[in-house]
Write a protein that binds this ligand. Structure first.
Ligand code: ATP
Length: 927
């Protein structure tokens, strides 16, 4: 097949060569067969790290290698039990690390799968969306502005279609595409204008084509190695923690060396001190930190997926928690995008339409009386344009009753495929007897000038028995400029300024009631009239009338906006719709405070950057804006220090989405281009999902802080108890295996359980944290150090008290070491509950996180086992301790929590509750 010159072929040759049909496409079974035979439409990926390598990587850590070396020495010296136990602990640690990293890696891969591209194909005569990797040669694909071309496609039809091919040809200016055969045989890629190449992007217009090559056979496949590498998934916090980890290694090793030297100087045996030192270093280095951070992020991301937010770029999870402004589209995000035409204005007459949803039943009323459409030329014309200038399809489908699946009961429902705005117009014409299907027989579409949010209108040229006709619909204020006549009382008359004003006023009245308003116009073409470009076509039009459609606000959006306000996050509506419609909806949703400003695209254009900067904090609605205005808005907000989340769906929204701190694309209505530029995709296009994602983002960050607090305070405690003991000339309070055991038991499961802890109740009542905030800010550093000191001192105290009961006795030393071991473990296990609250253990129900309770219980059991199972006692150098010692353990391990708890209770009672102060606020600015 590669020898064929696809660009030279005409439609029939193409279809014969690929055994397909332009109207019906392939059948599902034929496509499945071809997929089986030729493989998936995928570019081969780089090699993944195998699980075995991932496991072996766990032993690459320098300190673990030193410990293994030391273990080998102790083995050679005949300390077999010690050596075997240490190796077992190291392997257990590696298994834990492996499980953590494997889970993290798997979730990241699942994330990538979720954002995999899809393609619109015709199979068995039906338009459907399938994963792009399932495309096969012969499939008929439909392309529209914003789509990334999913395979190499020979175009069969192209309407004002422009494709950006820089990924392939280096040419950054979009290339106009057509469907005609090109006779020349040898053509460079850039000149193959009837072929759409995989990975390139449709920037304007629509097209339909047949797949000629897939996967590695495509032009992109040939250079697969050269195309963009996958972005790094490491977040800034992970990067910072990696740096911190390095510092901690140096500190831990430095302190360990001091401990070893002090021990040796005080007469401890050098070999024993060396092993204790290495064990201490292994325990003190928080090697699990990066993996737990990844797990907390990955599990958080999975929770977000459940709440319909798909994270495409992991770093955005952190940024989400800092968001201070959300700029949201209106249609479909804040509103339901379920449009119904309820009002029609035509030549000075106000009409009302009955009926709900997509069901085409209802009537049109004038002054309360049903109108006979058949005899009303103006209304008939309006319905004709609504049906013809329309790509939406209305169909009746059978839907199973969800509750009665077993009894297979079903009912019929009307379903819409396509743009809801067009759907509303299709329903309107179908209601009143002029369905698109019936008109399509009489009017053959010749050309389409597609809708885009820049032009805010769409036109089609149709041919019928009596001649040709152009039908246009779009935003009335934009459309009226292209109209020279108006249909008034059934007659075409010049569109005088007075009549124009009347039309505009009618539109404004509709918009004020939150209706989305569209104008409709037409022109009968005479023989010889050219319609090659939009300029030729969309002029001298006859304005027919206006349709007003309701698009109710999403119920949950209002609550979500209120939540945002409490969380110090400002919501801004950015819409292509009319200013009055936007203001009315903003009012219903509670977006606009008193004194807030609504700005139109035109006003925005007239402003300098300085003027915009002065007002931007007080603007809540931007209406009739074009996508490029969004970029200016993002930049202005960022200049004011905001962390901006910005939604978008169209191809032209991509720059703003990229520039925003959190670019958000729509999963249902969004184009591939916008999705690829985004950090977050909303699978339900819903505003409240953004707020849910922000809540999760905040929660994830707080959880990371929780286990950093836990791990580091534990490590400070471990080092300190050894350090102080050596400085004071005491014997070793913990033997090496005990140190390693504490590290394994306390750092593993409890830390992981903290990583998936529930968020605190007031999480969304705090203002956003600053993006520049250090992980140790808000007194976390202080909490770590002070708790570490308390744990270290109390453990040492318990050790010292027990030791002093019979100084010099070897069995008493073992008892004291056992007490120190138990105190250290207990103090850490109590501390883990403390870490759940930003205040203290007394502020949260400790049993709420059942994973944590289980993790702590299992750690406790493991500790008790080490103390009381006789076979384990010689390995861990422990002795069973009695009631008196347990009392000491409980008191010593409880003191840190008690002291810190009292401190925090006193702190909170002193501090008056301060109300969240918003980082912005309405200033009274004249409109
Ligand atoms: P958002 O609020 O998400 O920015 P929007 O739908 O309000 O989206 P656009 O899609 O850019 O904004 O639409 C702007 C205007 O263009 C609408 O107010 C309407 O008058 C007109 N319009 C919308 N869809 C179509 C369409 N399919 N054909 C013709 N005109 C349309």
């Amino acid at each position: 097949m590669e020898q064929m010159k696809w660009h030279q072929m005409g439609t029939s040759e193409l279809v014969n060569a690929l055994v397909s049909s332009p109207e019906q496409g392939l059948t599902t079974s034929e496509a499945a067969e071809r997929l089986e035979k030729h493989g998936r439409n995928e570019l081969s990926e780089g090699k993944r790290v195998s699980p075995v390598m991932l496991f072996l990587n766990q032993f690459k850590d320098f300190m673990v290698l030193v410990l293994m070396g030391a273990t080998l020495i102790s083995g050679l010296l005949g300390e077999y039990l010690d050596a075997i136990t240490i190796v077992a602990i190291i392997v257990l640690n590696a298994v834990l690390g492996f499980v953590q990293e494997f889970r993290a890696e798997r979730s990241l891969r699942a994330l990538k799968e979720l954002s995999a591209p899809s393609a619109k194909v015709i199979r068995g005569g039906e338009l459907m969306t399938i994963p792009a990797k399932e495309l096969v040669a012969g499939d008929i694909v439909c392309l529209e502005s914003g789509d990334r071309i999913p395979a190499d496609v020979r175009l069969l039809e192209a309407n004002s279609c422009y494709v950006e091919e820089s990924a392939l040809t280096g040419e950054s200016v979009p290339v106009g595409k057509h469907s005609a055969a090109i006779s020349e045989a040898e053509l460079p890629l850039g000149d193959q204008k009837n072929i759409g190449f995989m990975g390139t992007m449709v920037t304007r217009g629509t097209a339909r084509g047949v797949v000629i090559r897939t996967g590695m056979d495509t032009e992109m496949g040939k250079i697969a190695g050269l195309i963009e590498q996958t972005e790094s998934m490491e977040t800034p916090l992970q990067h910072r923690l990696e740096q911190l980890g390095k510092i901690l290694i140096v500190v831990a090793v430095g302190l360990t060396i001091m401990v070893v030297i002090a021990g040796i100087l005080h007469g401890q045996p050098a070999y024993g001190m060396f092993l204790a030192g290495v064990s201490l270093a292994v325990a003190a280095i928080p090697e699990g930190l990066p993996a737990i951070v990844t797990i907390a992020l990955a599990l958080g991301v999975q929770r977000m997926i459940k709440r319909k937010a798909i994270v495409r770029k992991l770093p955005s999870v952190e940024t989400l928690g800092c968001a201070s402004v959300i700029c949201s589209d209106k249609t479909g995000t804040l509103t339901q995008n379920k449009m119904t035409v309820t009002h029609v204005w035509i030549g000075g007459r106000q009409l009302e339409v009955s009926g709900e949803g997509y069901e085409p039943s209802g009537s049109i009323f004038e002054d309360g009386k049903a109108l006979d459409v058949k005899h009303d030329l103006s209304v008939k014309r309006l319905l004709q344009i609504s049906a013809l200038c329309n790509n939406a399809q209305l169909m009746k489908v059978e839907v199973e009753e969800p509750k009665k699946r077993k009894s297979k009961e079903s009912h019929e429902e009307w379903l819409l495929k396509g743009d809801p705005t067009e759907g509303a117009l299709a329903v309107l014409s179908a209601k009143l007897g002029s369905s698109s299907k019936s008109l399509e027989q009489l009017y053959k579409r010749e050309k389409e000038f597609p809708f885009d949010s820049e032009r805010k209108r769409m036109s089609v040229v149709v041919a019928h028995q009596g001649g040709r006709l152009i039908c246009t619909k779009g935003a009335p204020d934009m459309l009226m400029d292209h109209c020279s006549y108006v249909l008034w009382d059934g007659k075409v008359v010049p569109f005088t300024p007075t009549l124009k004003r009347k039309c505009a006023e009618a539109g404004e009245i509709m918009a004020q009631s939150a209706l989305r308003v569209l104008g409709l116009a037409y022109r009968d073409l005479r023989a010889g009239d050219v319609c090659e470009t939009e300029r030729d076509a969309e002029c001298q039009l006859v304005f027919v009338g206006l349709t007003g459609m309701i698009d109710p606000p999403r119920r949950e959006a209002k609550e979500a906006i209120a939540t945002c306000r409490r969380a110090g996050i400002k919501t801004v509506m950015i819409t292509g719709d009319h200013q009055l419609t936007a203001e009315a909806i903003a009012g219903q949703l509670g977006i606009m405070p008193r004194g807030g400003i609504a700005l139109s695209g035109k006003q925005l254009e007239a402003m300098s950057d300085e003027q915009l900067d002065r007002l931007v904090d007080n603007i809540y609605v931007y209406a009739r804006v074009s996508p490029e205005h969004k970029l200016r808005i993002v930049k202005a907000l960022q200049r004011q220090g905001h962390v901006v989340a910005m939604t978008g769906d169209g191809v032209n929204d991509a720059p703003a989405i990229k520039a925003a701190d959190i670019g958000i694309a729509m999963g249902i209505t969004g184009t591939d281009v916008s999705k690829e530029a985004s950090a977050l995709v909303l699978s339900d296009d819903n505003f409240s999902t953004i707020v849910a994602a922000i809540e999760e983002g905040r929660g994830i960050y707080e959880n990371i802080r929780k286990f950093i607090r836990y791990l580091l305070a534990s490590n400070v405690g471990e080092i300190l108890v050894m350090f102080l003991a050596m400085m004071a000339g005491l014997p070793l309070p913990l033997v090496p295996i005990q140190i390693l055991w504490v590290n394994l038991v306390t750092d593993g499961l409890p830390a992981m359980a903290l990583g998936i802890d529930q968020a605190e109740k007031d999480l969304m009542q705090q203002k956003p944290r600053s993006a520049k905030e250090s992980i140790f800010s808000r007194r976390l550093g202080w909490k770590i150090i002070s708790r570490g000191i308390l744990i270290g001192v109390c453990t040492l105290g318990a050790f010292w008290i027990t030791l002093n009961e019979a100084p010099g006795s070897a069995s008493q030393l073992m008892k004291a070491q056992t007490v120190a071991f138990a105190t250290l473990v207990m103090a850490q296990l109590i501390h883990v509950f403390d870490c759940r609250s930003s205040r203290s253990i007394f502020h949260r129900n400790p049993l709420q996180n059942k994973y944590l309770v289980l993790a702590v219980l299992s750690s406790l059991l493991l500790m008790i086992g080490v103390l009381y199972i006789e076979a384990l006692q010689p390995i861990f150098k422990t002795v069973p301790i009695g009631f008196r010692e347990w009392c000491l353990v409980f008191v010593a391990s409880g003191i840190p929590t008690f002291v810190m708890g009292i401190g925090s209770v006193m702190g909170t009672s002193k501090k008056k509750k301060t109300k969240t102060k918003l980082p912005f606020g309405p200033k009274t600015v004249a409109r």
